[in-house]
Design a protein around this ligand. Structure first.
Ligand SMILES: [Zn+2]
Length: 257
C-alpha cells in the first residue's frame, strides 16, 4: 500500500499526538489509508521547534528525542482531503493533507522515498504482511514475487497474496476453477474443483477473517471436474453456496470445455 515519508517528530505526532494535517507544498488526488514512514533525518532544532509547536496545538507531550523511531514505518492514517488552506492548529502552509483515524504499527525499518511510494501491504489493516511460501514472498502491494530469481521481474509478479489480498486471490481461483476441468503439470494434478478447494484452504490458513468476507462477496463457484461418463466430459459442482457445503452435481448443456 502507499506510504509517505514524514520527518520526526511530526510523524509521531500524526500517529500519537492528534496531528490531523500534514503540510506539503503540493496537493494530492490520493485518498485512503497510507503508511506513515518516519524519515531517517532529524535535527535537535527541528525536534525543539516541533515540541513547542505541539504545545501550542495542545498535543500530547513528545517522547524524548532519542526515543523517536526513525527510518521505518510507524503506523497508518487515512487521507480524506487535500486543501489549499485550513483552520487546523497544525496548518503551516502551503497545502494541507487532512488526516483521520491514525493507527500505530510495530516499527518496520525501511528506506523512505520522495512523495507517495509503494510500501508493504497490511493484513486486515493491522499488521504488515510477511507472507512467504517457498521462494514466493509478498512484495508488499498484495502480489507475490519469486525471491528465488535474481532481482525483481514485474512479469513474474501476478500471483495475488492469500494473506493481504485474499479477495483477489479467491476471485482468481474461482475463474480458474470455472474454466479448468483438469490440469497436470510437473508438480501436481487436479480438477477445477480441487483448484478451488486448495485455494480456499490456503486462504483460510493465512487469513480466516478476510476469507470469510471474500467468500460472502464471491458467491457460488461452478467448479469443473473431469468426468468421461458425461457427454461433455466434465461435470459442474457448485461450491460456496448458501446454505454452506452444498455440492450439487449437474448436467451441463450450456457449458463448453
Ligand atoms: Zn501479502
Amino acid at each position: 500500500m502507499k506510504a509517505l515519508s514524514i520527518r520526526q517528530p511530526w510523524a509521531w505526532l500524526i500517529i500519537h499526538g492528534g496531528k490531523d494535517l500534514e503540510n506539503r507544498t503540493w496537493n494530492t488526488k490520493f485518498r485512503g489509508r497510507f503508511l506513515v514512514h518516519a524519515a531517517q533525518g532529524m535535527t535537535r532544532k527541528e525536534y525543539e521547534f516541533a515540541r513547542d509547536f505541539a504545545l501550542q496545538a495542545n498535543a500530547t507531550l513528545l517522547p524524548p528525542l532519542e526515543d523517536l523511531q526513525r527510518g521505518g514505518i510507524i503506523g497508518s492514517v487515512e487521507l480524506v482531503d487535500s486543501l489549499d488552506r485550513s483552520d487546523s492548529p497544525w496548518y503551516m502552509g502551503d497545502k494541507g493533507f487532512v488526516l483521520r483515524d491514525p493507527k500505530p504499527l510495530p516499527f518496520m525499518p525501511m528506506r523512505g522515498r520522495l512523495g507517495f511510494f509503494e510500501g508493504p501491504s497490511l493484513v486486515n489493516g493491522e499488521t504488515i504482511c510477511t507472507y512467504q511460501w517457498g521462494t514466493w514472498e509478498c512484495r508488499g502491494d498484495g502480489y507475490l514475487w519469486d525471491a528465488d530469481h535474481d532481482g525483481y521481474d514485474p512479469s513474474e509478479c501476478d500471483n495475488a497474496c492469500p494473506c493481504c489480498n485474499t479477495l483477489v486471490f479467491l476471485q482468481r481461483a474461482k475463474e480458474e476453477a470455472e474454466t479448468t476441468s483438469s490440469y497436470s503439470n510437473g508438480y501436481s494434478s487436479g480438477t477445477g474443483e480441487s483448484i478451488w478447494l486448495d485455494h480456499v484452504k490456503a486462504a483460510h490458513r493465512e487469513n480466516p477473517t478476510a476469507t470469510e468476507a471474500a467468500l460472502a462477496k464471491i458467491g457460488p463457484v461452478h467448479a469443473l471436474v473431469d468426468d468421461n461418463s458425461h457427454p461433455e466430459g466434465f461435470v459442474v459442482r457448485i461450491h460456496n453456496t448458501e446454505p454452506a457445503v452444498v455440492i450439487q452435481q449437474l448436467t451441463t448443456g450450456e457449458r463448453q470445455q
